[in-house]
Write a protein that binds this ligand. Structure first.
Ligand SMILES: [Zn+2]
Length: 325
């Protein structure tokens, strides 16, 4: 019997708001794609059951289950070593969830999992701004602040697969409380909730007028829109945010001496309001021999596309699964 080489994989991106999944071919083309709301499932087992059913339906509607080689999954706080999500700061499922094993058992297919920031880096490395680079860092700026770094063309995962917790490096002793349980983490200043908190702190600090005072639900995007209208307090909010980000990146860069730092995620689109103070703080704090040499760039890839493609890249790396091995 002639054995067929399977030329398609599944990439899954589990984000706090949405789960996106796609069939991806060997050239990185997305052949079919779908998504659903992650937070609709309060129980991790029910979530995995729903995900497995949706994956199966997508496969059957697009050439059949038996044509798919393996599955790659991107998730927050997941270890590529154990395959489990452990105490995800921003997900509704607490404790330890053996994600890779649960999906593998339901799908009967090899499953590789990767921390969301690591998977973003794989996507940028294969198809985006990091293509051709050997030493670089990816920092994702959203509700969470994740990161991953490559040295000599290889991803650094660490002993337990948790390397690159940039968002949870401490920048203020005894500072703001963070979702991880520590205090003064970068994420508590630069993450979406941190930015909103900075805006609220500024409004309390003075009686100065601001467009932000009339807005019921502040978000980083709304604050950015106020910046564009010339609102001084909104601009100050992003200036403080950029300053913390630049300082954190400078420490990180001094440690690994990268060619470039690539910023991804919604907050990276705040443009000059974030980037000018960020670059200024970066150059001020980075080790002098690296000053002026590290490029800080904003990713040009669509976030969801990058993460799904990164997850598909991961799927190719796992050996094909067989019950009879
Ligand atoms: Zn933290």
């Amino acid at each position: 019997m002639e054995e067929e080489v399977k030329s398609k994989v599944i990439g899954v991106d589990i984000s706090i708001e949405r789960t996106t999944f796609a069939i991806v071919d060997i050239r990185g083309h997305i052949l079919a794609e779908d998504s659903f709301v992650t937070s609709d499932y309060l129980d991790a087992n029910e979530y995995v059951t729903a995900l497995s059913e949706k994956l199966y339906m997508l496969m059957e509607a697009n050439g059949g289950y038996e044509k798919i080689r393996s599955i790659g999954i991107s998730a927050p706080s997941v270890s590529s070593v154990t395959g489990s999500i452990t105490n995800a700061a921003n997900l509704q499922w607490k404790g330890e969830i053996p994600l890779a094993a649960l999906v593998r058992d339901r799908m009967g297919m090899a499953v590789a999992v990767g921390n969301d920031a690591h998977v973003s880096a794989l996507g940028e490395y294969a198809y985006g701004s990091a293509h051709g680079l050997k030493d670089f860092m990816i920092v994702s700026l959203g509700v969470g602040v994740g990161s991953c770094f490559f040295t000599q063309g290889r991803e650094h995962t660490g002993t337990d697969g948790f390397a690159g917790e940039f968002g949870h490096c401490c920048v203020v002793d005894d500072g703001r409380e963070c979702g991880c349980g520590n205090k003064g983490c970068i994420e508590s200043y630069v993450g979406a909730n941190g930015i909103v908190r900075t805006a609220k702190d500024l409004m309390l600090e003075s009686d100065e007028p601001s467009l932000m005072r009339d807005i019921e639900k502040l978000t980083p995007k709304v604050i950015f829109e106020c910046c564009e209208k010339g609102d001084a307090m909104a601009i100050e909010t992003y200036r403080r945010t950029g300053k913390v980000l630049g300082l954190g990146l400078a420490n990180y860069a001094s440690l690994i001496n990268p060619q470039a730092i690539i910023l991804t995620g919604g907050i990276s689109h705040a443009g000059k309001f974030l980037m000018e103070p960020c670059r200024e703080a970066f150059e001020k704090h980075v080790f002098p021999n690296m000053r002026g040499k590290v490029k800080i760039v904003i990713s040009r890839m669509d976030n969801r596309e990058r993460d799904v493609l990164g997850a598909a890249t991961l799927a190719w790396e796992v050996p094909e699964y067989s019950l009879f091995k």
